[in-house]
Design a protein around this ligand. Structure first.
Ligand SMILES: O=P(O)(O)OC[C@H]1O[C@H](O[C@H]2O[C@H](CO)[C@@H](O)[C@H](O)[C@H]2O)[C@H](O)[C@@H](O)[C@@H]1O
Length: 265
């Protein structure tokens, strides 16, 4: 990446990587240093993308990514790649959600009541997916264990899959993942090097894409935004990463360092 920055794609996850984890998903915001660091870096790279499980428009708003000098060509791939926002147009492109999403939306409240989902269980309606969060319950891991199988069964009945994450089970359509989204973005930009930073299970697919690209001769760098000490780290991600940094603060420091190196290049 440092050797051919003008041919390199940098892609990053949002929650837990660019934005610190907070109890209320609606209050998540990019680390204050994230946008300035990306704005310094982006003009020196082929392209920069944020690849997230969030709806694209929400990630743009919570990230503060719109109308930023230096980020005029940023792309946000939301809903695991099913939605796309480009800073150059300010438009979001997405296919309509499949009908199974409406069926799951209707089926979730009675199922959660029937299961006795503990107080604090909260459903985030993302339009094309429903995410059931347990972070605000007294026992988040216990609540996840209680809900995991019944939610998987509900999702399967309506043609959806369950995407597990940090204190969340997301019921979403199959067919998109961060790996496919990253591969397609690298192809579109005809990039010759790639770096990806993530923190959660949903990022493993993007790690896989970078590893595949390496096999095809495209140099790749894997960065893990580690949640060490929180009980939420993903050992598989950490084991496959080239660089381990302590959460969004560490990611920002890493981006700043990279920007510094490239400004001297
Ligand atoms: O792909 P990402 O950008 O990492 O998005 C994954 C999910 O992130 C959000 O949930 C996570 O962050 C919340 C805010 O810090 C936190 O409260 C929650 O426990 C985490 O799982 C978001 O709410 C989900 O919709 C995203 O799919």
């Amino acid at each position: 990446m440092l050797r051919v920055p003008e041919h390199a794609v940098l892609a990053l996850d949002f929650d837990g990587t660019l934005a610190p984890i907070v109890p209320d998903p609606a209050k998540a915001r990019a680390h204050p240093g994230a946008v300035p660091a990306l704005a310094r870096l982006a003009p020196r790279l082929r392209a920069v993308a944020v690849i997230t499980g969030r709806p694209a428009e929400e990630a743009v708003a919570y990230g503060g990514f719109a109308a930023v000098e230096g980020l005029g060509h940023l792309t946000v791939l939301g809903a695991y790649g099913a939605e796309r926002w480009d800073a150059a147009t300010g438009e979001v492109h997405a296919a309509p959600p499949p009908p199974g999403v409406a069926a799951v939306r209707a089926g979730l409240p009675p199922l959660l009541a029937e299961l006795g989902a503990p107080e604090g269980t909260w459903t985030e309606d993302k339009g094309r997916a429903l995410a059931v969060h347990t972070r605000r319950t007294a026992d988040p891991d216990g609540a996840l264990a209680l809900l995991r199988e019944p939610l998987a069964a509900l999702a399967a009945r309506h043609g959806l899959i369950v995407e597990p994450g940090r204190m969340v089970l997301e019921l979403r359509p199959p067919g998109a993942d961060k790996g496919a989204a990253l591969r397609e973005f690298v192809r579109e930009k005809t990039a010759r090097a790639v770096a990806y930073a993530g923190d959660d299970l949903g990022d493993l697919a993007a790690y896989g894409a970078v590893e595949e690209l390496r096999g095809e001769g495209v140099p790749g760098l894997l960065v893990c935004s580690s949640a060490t000490g929180t009980g939420e780290s993903v050992p598989e991600l950490a084991a496959r990463a080239d660089v381990l940094v302590p959460g969004p603060e560490g990611v920002v420091a890493f981006l700043e360092e990279l920007a510094e190196e490239l400004s001297g290049a």
